[in-house]
Design a protein around this ligand. Structure first.
Ligand code: SAM
Length: 292
């Protein structure tokens, strides 16, 4: 998933809808599922070694769909072990959805859930104040670093919370994605959003290098079918354009020159490929695995 909050849309319901269209028209979730099925088991193979309980911290866990996939992989690896899953999530709406999902999912008996309605930095302040520096066996930050003000400080802090054999999994859009090119080329002309930073895996790995923190980075292919964006008056296309540009009603509000340029660029090979009559935007994702 790219983002359920990458933007400060004045019309929140339109933004939610544009995000839904993004998910429906992209392989974002399939790409994550593939990573969780194929790569995650090897990555988490040792996080619970010699432990009676596994502590997992989800930062920006959203509505929990990906979190539950992760939990099911951990359960498969460490059958019957007790798991504590704490979620740091500022959106009350997302927490409600997450709780509903947990309530209707079976086989979660060995997992104790707790939700904290707060941001990553509020969590940091709270635990530092209480001097309650609990260690975690697995921390994940999936498609959420865009909203963190000081990313290096956040990475450094959560890295300091890793227990023995523990890992952090970070998912952000890849430095090889169309997002990277779009943001680099157009960020100065798109509405400024202070709550959201244009970060890709290239930026995050650079920050980790500067912090001398070890990591491995896996890139997975993902696409977003943007064919409808080139059909005049197509509602789906207009909503997808809103998502791409992080602008509410881009098609009716953007200066004509900008609109024309973006529409043209989106069809160029550095942004998209043409396949079976469709135009597929490069939505590649990076999975960065940070070691303790
Ligand atoms: C794109 S969603 C990702 C949700 C989930 N990780 C997933 O992949 O399905 C980003 C989430 O980060 C949350 N978020 C935004 N700012 C945050 C912050 N400063 N600290 C923690 N979470 C934040 C949002 O409320 C949202 O649920």
């Amino acid at each position: 998933m790219a983002s359920s909050m990458r933007s400060l849309f004045s019309d929140h319901s339109r933004y939610v809808e544009s995000f839904r269209r993004f998910l429906n028209n992209s392989t974002e979730h399939q790409c994550m599922q593939e990573f969780m099925d194929k790569k995650l088991p090897g990555i988490i193979a040792r996080i619970g070694d010699t432990k009676s309980k596994i502590n997992i911290l989800s930062i920006g866990g959203g509505a929990g769909e990906i979190d539950l996939q992760i939990l099911s992989e951990v359960q498969a690896q460490y059958s019957g072990i007790h798991i504590k899953n704490e979620v740091v999530e500022p959106s009350a709406e997302q927490i409600t959805k997450y709780k509903e999902l947990v309530a209707k999912t079976s086989n979660l008996e060995n997992i104790k859930f707790a939700w904290h309605k707060e941001t990553a930095s509020e969590y940091q302040d709270r635990v530092m104040e209480k001097k309650e520096l609990q260690k975690w066996d697995f921390i994940h930050m999936i498609q959420m670093l865009y909203y963190v003000e000081d990313i290096p400080a956040t990475l450094k802090f959560f890295h300091s919370l890793l227990a023995k054999n523990a890992m952090i999994l970070i998912v952000v859009v890849s430095g090889s994605s169309g997002w990277d090119k779009l943001w680099k080329k157009y960020k100065s002309r798109l509405p400024r959003n202070d709550l959201c930073q244009y970060v890709t895996s290239s930026n995050v790995t650079q920050m980790l290098d500067n912090l001398k923190i070890k990591y491995k980075c896996y890139d997975l292919l993902s696409t977003m079918d943007i064919s409808d964006c080139f059909i005049d008056g197509n509602e789906n296309g207009d909503l997808l354009l809103d998502f791409l540009t992080e602008t509410c009603n881009f098609i009716t509000t953007a200066p004509p020159a900008l609109k024309e340029e973006i529409i043209k660029d989106l069809q160029e090979p550095e942004f998209s490929v043409k396949k079976e009559g469709k135009i597929l935007f490069n939505n590649n994702l990076s999975f960065i695995v940070v070691e303790a």
